[in-house]
Design a protein. Sequence first.
Length: 244
Amino acid sequence: MTRASRRRAGLVAGALALPALHLAPVVTALPAVRGRWLPGLRGAGPPDRVALTFDDGPDPESTPWFLEVLAEHRVRATFFLLGAMLQRAPALGREIVAAGHEVALHGWEHHNLLLRGPVATVRDLTRARALIVAVTGRTPRFLRPPYGVLTGASLFAARRLGLKPVLWSSWGRDWTREATAESVLDTVRGGLSGGGTILLHDSSCAAAPGTWRAGLAALPGLLEECHRRGWTVGPLAEHRGPVG
């Protein structure tokens, strides 16, 4: 094989490898994969703690209600913010921080990163992180991509921006039109364990309008359940150990 032929073959192999590198991390969206091989990615922490996280805000229609319930129970949480939502409600982003909660990065808009190219992914995550820092004065430590779908580009961006990807171990399916307080609580309980990370939504911007009410109604019961089991509920930063 000539040098030119070897070069062409290398270019072809590289071109074929790039999509594979971009797509390979998608398998981490499967709970079974995270549970067996990647406990850090599912937000695993000490058995006497539970991390409480919210996605898709800040939303003036709904986020203040969640802040009120958390304040009543003296619980702090992690809010994964969308840049586009924070841009519309910067004062609410500052209110989240003023209430003692942690802010983390969820992306710029709620787009599946599989549909975003590498350049657009890095640009969007960089832009969203910069806005969070500028508005709230806090530097986010964690990244959770929309739909929990990681790509090679998002992992590259996370490393570049000093972010640790964290998904979840239990969720409430509170974005569905059929969700109720009872269904959300029962679904969370199904995967709930000490050392876990809970995912709820403080906004319906990427779901059926008003579905956030089911998660809000389930929140007091969920906090009481964790207290009854002897678990401390708090933000990811105090969960000691979530890693990408």
